[in-house]
Design a protein. Structure first.
Length: 215
């Protein structure tokens, strides 16, 4: 067997396969099997609550009908709905959620993705995406205002004239200033992306509701 070229290639091929299986499957499983998976309630954080309260002030009528008060429980519920819509509408066909350590992607989209970021309910199934027609969304949270997202989901061309992104009018009760339950949930979800990172924009004027902030 070792005398023929094909024998050497066969053994080499099997060897590479075994090595890839070891490094890409066995080692990661052994390394991360004890890392607990976070629930959507656990991944709610002050940055996200800021955005969720902002939604309740910006669209008081729609928000009240959809989620009542901007509590942590309601926020976790919005995240779960938003996550389902993101999958259902096929946003992942055009958007990735993975900043790679190549091509200076971190200069464009922020810190390179870390393993822990994927260890939560909202990454099941993992939403790395398939293509990059639009920008990577891993660091989208806090980059735009809630109002910007509402108008953009209603009609992307209003903000980005050449955008190939589809319109999502069914996330609204008629106009971009009336996002419905699903619209509010999707905005909450995109504001959550990367919200636990230090690089998330800092809000100096943030006053939580009930602590001196206007209702
Ligand atoms: C056909 C491909 C396509 C689909 C499907 C799509 N998008 Fe986009 N999206 C784009 C492109 C291209 C851009 C950049 C131009 C623009 O701003 O509209 C973009 C921009 C965005 C932005 C702004 C990013 C930034 O900060 O500049 C967000 C947020 C976004 N998309 C979210 C979504 C969500 C959520 C969905 C699903 C409901 C979705 N997209 C579906 C192509 C797509």
């Amino acid at each position: 067997m070792f005398e023929s070229k094909s024998g050497i290639f066969l053994i080499g091929g099997l060897g590479f396969f075994a090595f890839a299986f070891l490094s890409n499957a066995v080692v990661p499983i052994l390394m991360y099997r004890d890392l607990p998976e976070k629930t959507s309630y656990e991944v709610v954080n002050p940055n996200l609550i800021y955005q969720f309260e902002d939604l309740s002030r910006r669209y008081p009528k729609q928000f009240k009908a959809a989620f009542g008060k901007p509590t942590r429980e309601a926020c976790a519920e919005a995240l779960e709905i938003g996550h389902k819509i993101y999958i259902g509408e096929g946003c992942w066909h055009c958007h990735s959620q993975f900043v790679r350590p190549v091509s200076n992607e971190d200069r464009r989209w922020g810190p390179v993705a870390q393993t822990e970021e994927y260890q939560n309910e909202l990454q099941r199934p993992v939403l790395f995406g398939t293509r990059r027609v639009g920008p990577d969304l891993s660091r989208e949270g806090g980059r735009r205002s809630n109002g910007w997202h509402a108008v953009h989901f209603f009609r992307p061309k209003m903000l980005s004239p050449d955008s190939p992104m589809p319109e999502y009018p069914w996330l609204f009760d008629g106009s971009p200033d009336k996002p419905n339950r699903r619209g509010l949930a999707l905005i909450t979800y995109v504001q959550w992306l990367g919200s636990w990172l230090e690089s998330y924009p800092y809000y100096e004027d943030y006053v939580p509701i009930g602590q001196g902030g206007e209702e």
